[in-house]
Ligand binder design. Structure first.
Ligand code: 1HN
Length: 347
């Protein structure tokens, strides 16, 4: 209904006067503040590895891992330029470490996941223990732990870094520290965390000291076997194919408190039912090829490609070959806050 000019003028004048007291009228913004459904200000996007890899390798000629501290090309959401965010709560990047290089030791309150995209044989060290990484491994760097990386292999290594940087920034809870030397002393034999915590058993008197999983590396060999065993015992889920979540054996929750991680197998020829959920999700293609329709965009993908699905965007996956997709999101945070929702069969 049109309002008389005098009313509009009186209101504008009122807004200006209360503005000088750092106040504002809720009724002008109520609908945006409490939208009827998620209205993300970021968009679906994809990064083909064929397009990205030459730039990653070129970055290796421009700066060393030591000088860069971390030689990473950020995967930034095209609708959030300059933010270093792939979603409003998550950071993602592709990190390159060349043979003989070391990425020096530091620690920060932001948690990190590594998902290995190309190569094998480099290590990451966390609080004095090293793990050798292979394609498809999911490796954890818990909050506030010392970590450095090194490549003793003869080939470049590339992995996807996922961090909760925007979430930590929102809380203004970020702290960081540099190590005294580039490489931490190895104080714990390789394989220790795997031996103690990774067999569905836990040392009898062990008590967790934090919410983060005690498992350091969830190797792809085991994840892949788990998926293929699932295929043998039942039909795929209509929306997800065969989808597993990584788990912290100490509490049944996500391995990292702020980031959920998932692996799913889509059988050859599988077409998923439309699905949407409130956790914006980053995907890394591990095996196979296919395409995903995300909102009004369609991304063709194959091994090592990446794409992001925003909150509440409807996704439909189609697998040409048997395919395996890794993904991560802020789902554990939303679940803790009783916010997470899904719509199986969303439009
Ligand atoms: C970091 O420490 C790593 O440890 C990777 O490999 C990416 C992005 C921002 C801040 C710290 C790493 C990062 C990071």
């Amino acid at each position: 209904m049109a309002k008389p000019a005098t009313v509009n003028n009186a209101r504008r004048d009122f807004y200006e006067r209360i503005g000088s007291l750092s106040m504002a009228p809720l009724w002008e913004s109520l609908h945006q503040l409490v939208p009827p459904q998620p209205a993300p200000k970021y968009q679906p996007a994809s990064w083909s590895y064929d397009a990205v890899r030459p730039f990653l390798m070129e970055s290796g000629t421009l700066i060393t891992a030591k000088e860069a501290v971390r030689r990473v090309l950020i995967l930034e959401n095209p609708a959030m330029p300059g933010s270093a965010c792939i979603t409003p709560t998550l950071y993602a990047g592709l990190q390159l470490i060349l043979p003989g290089e070391v990425a020096p030791s530091h620690r920060h309150t932001q948690s990190a996941l590594r998902f290995i995209v190309e190569g094998e044989g480099a290590y990451t060290a966390v609080d004095g223990e090293r793990t050798i990484m292979h394609e498809g491994d999911f490796v954890i760097t818990p909050t506030w732990t010392w970590h450095d990386h090194g490549n003793d292999s003869s080939r470049p290594m590339v992995w996807l870094d996922g961090l909760d940087i925007p979430l930590v920034a929102m809380f203004n809870a970020g702290f960081a520290d540099n190590g005294e030397s580039d490489e931490q002393a190895v104080t714990t034999p390789q394989g220790t965390s795997d031996a103690r915590y990774a067999s569905g058993l836990l040392p009898v008197d062990w008590k967790p000291s934090r919410q983060t999983s005690p498992i350091f590396n969830y190797p792809y060999a085991r994840t892949r076997e788990a998926l293929h065993r699932l295929v043998k015992v039942g039909p795929p889920d209509a929306c997800h194919g065969y989808k597993l979540r990584y788990v912290n054996p100490a509490n049944g929750g996500a391995p990292i408190a702020t980031m959920g991680t998932f692996m799913q197998l889509l059988p050859e020829g599988f077409a998923s039912a439309p699905y949407r959920c409130t956790d914006g999700t980053v995907f890394s293609v591990v095996e196979g090829q296919g395409e995903s329709r995300v909102g009004d965009k369609t991304f063709r993908w194959k091994k090592r490609d990446h794409f992001v699905v925003p909150s509440w965007a409807t996704v439909v996956h189609q697998a040409t070959d048997e395919s395996v997709l890794f993904s991560f999101s802020d789902r554990p945070v939303q679940e803790r806050l009783d916010l997470w929702r899904e719509d199986r069969g969303g439009r």
